[in-house]
Design a protein around this ligand. Sequence first.
Ligand SMILES: Nc1ncnc2c1ncn2[C@@H]1O[C@H](COP(=O)(O)OP(=O)(O)O)[C@@H](O)[C@H]1O
Ligand SMILES: O=C(O)C1=C[C@@H](OP(=O)(O)O)[C@@H](O)[C@H](O)C1
Ligand SMILES: [Mg+2]
Length: 173
Amino acid sequence: MRLYLIGMPGAGKTTLGRGLATAYQLPFLDLDEEIVRREQRSVSEIFAQDGEEYFRQREADVLREVVAAYPSLVLATGGGTPCFHHNLEVLLETGLTLYLAVPVPELVRRLQAVAASRPLLAAHQSAHALETRLRETLAARQRFYERAPLCCTAPTCSLETVQQLIARYNALA
Ligand SMILES: Nc1ncnc2c1ncn2[C@@H]1O[C@H](COP(=O)(O)OP(=O)(O)O)[C@@H](O)[C@H]1O
Ligand SMILES: O=C(O)C1=C[C@@H](OP(=O)(O)O)[C@@H](O)[C@H](O)C1
Ligand SMILES: [Mg+2]
């Protein structure tokens, strides 16, 4: 199976993705890490040097490459992945997509520590500014995220909660 994790920055896609891959004994890939490896520079550097549009094109290309190369894996996407270049259709058509719907105040708590290394959040580091920015971003992205067949709405989506969701989905499928 291909399992895709989508959701806002700080939702835990990378963290939970690793745990799920271990639990299901599947390869794990993080889309940002795959882009960074190919570009030999950080996501922040890509944004600063070539802009978001360039990043989104690389993201779309690398997503399709990864999907073609792995018939089964757990893939942590970037927060914006499903919202550009028809990437959501690729995800929906080639695997099981899980939306980690973590409430904004919890995202704020998690991201305050790491905002400086995340280009779309770097300019918004006070808790209030970060919250405003995240609410705006979520409002624009929700219609993409909510098309995922699986959604975890627990404030802290634990590995166990997510595994139960997937087991229930697979039993019904
Ligand atoms: N379930 C969780 N509970 C508490 N903190 C978490 C949880 N999942 C992730 N975090 C923390 O939140 C931050 C962002 O997690 P990360 O997995 O990088 O999210 P994403 O890839 O969705 O942006 C990290 O500091 C991580 O340790
Ligand atoms: O939300 C976004 O647009 C982005 C989220 C990041 O990934 P995470 O969601 O893993 O932080 C990364 O892809 C890039 O900085 C853009
Ligand atoms: Mg991540």
